[in-house]
Design a protein around this ligand. Structure first.
Ligand SMILES: C[S@@+](CC[C@H](N)C(=O)[O-])C[C@H]1O[C@@H](n2cnc3c(N)ncnc32)[C@H](O)[C@@H]1O
Length: 239
């Protein structure tokens, strides 16, 4: 076993507060979160359960970070310790989430490890995406529940979080539409820069695009910019 992954190493330093994550998330987090470690960041995790991940994130991000955790179970308030806040409420309640974001946001990193039901994941994303900082990451764990009818999912179920995420891939590309009737420009294209699908996990990256996307051309060391890529009407060639 290699211990150069903080998260794998941490598993050997835990106390009696149980934590649960799928094994491969530890490798994803190791790669994804390295630039954020020990920084003055604002972090939110939905879902506390027995409090194990609270200790891990506090240890990982360090004393400079501002950490918020939320859960529907009032007993989780007991996990509040100096240096972090625990809020109690329902992740599908947009008003509650707005209130949490107003108090503690905007957030650089948001992890949804809450109830994992479709309406919960979608309601939380819709309420919190606008409260994610420029450059921030929004992570949804355990998205295999998108394939479980008992959670509101099912194979290609229209209301599943995976289908919702696939739809956002289309919206991210809506700069390039030539089919306005069925595929109009969507404002999220101005902020969504990537949608990364892992096994059971989806990661959305926010990067504000103050101007439409451009192409750069370099010839003999001379760099020019073009937005011809946006002129798509009737187009049949990329050049
Ligand atoms: C998978 S556990 C969280 C595990 C924890 N993040 C960890 O890594 O150890 C899920 C938690 O989500 C909470 N939860 C379920 N439905 C919720 C809801 N609608 N709003 C907020 N939290 C919810 C549960 O009470 C439970 O504590």
């Amino acid at each position: 076993m290699t211990l150069d992954n903080y998260f794998r190493d941490y598993l050997h330093r835990t106390d009696d507060k149980v934590m649960t994550k799928m094994d491969h998330y530890l490798d994803v987090y190791h790669r994804l979160l390295a630039p954020w470690r020990s920084q003055d960041i604002s972090f939110l995790e939905i879902g506390i359960w027995k409090g194990g991940s609270i200790k891990m994130w506090q240890d990982y991000f360090g004393a400079e970070s501002r950490l918020t955790f939320l859960d529907i179970d009032p007993a989780c308030k007991a996990f509040e310790v100096p240096g972090l806040t625990v809020e109690i409420g329902d992740q599908s309640d947009g008003i509650f989430l707005q209130d949490v974001a107003t108090k503690h946001g905007p957030f650089d990193i948001i992890i949804d490890d809450g109830g994992h039901k479709m309406h919960q994941q979608i309601a939380s994303f819709n309420a919190l995406w606008p409260r994610l900082s420029d450059g921030g990451l929004y992570v949804v764990e355990d998205t295999h529940t998108s394939y479980w009818p008992g959670f509101g999912g099912g194979f290609r179920a229209q209301k599943s979080f995976v289908e919702f995420s696939k739809d956002l891939i289309d919206r991210m590309h809506s700069w390039y539409t030539d089919q306005d009737d069925i595929f109009p420009f969507h404002p999220i294209a101005k902020a969504l820069s990537s949608v990364q699908f892992y096994d059971s996990m989806v990661v959305f990256e926010k990067k504000l695009k103050l101007e439409p996307p451009k192409t750069i051309v370099s010839e003999n060391g001379l760099v020019t910019e073009s937005r011809k890529i946006l002129e798509v009407r009737g187009r049949k060639s990329i050049f």
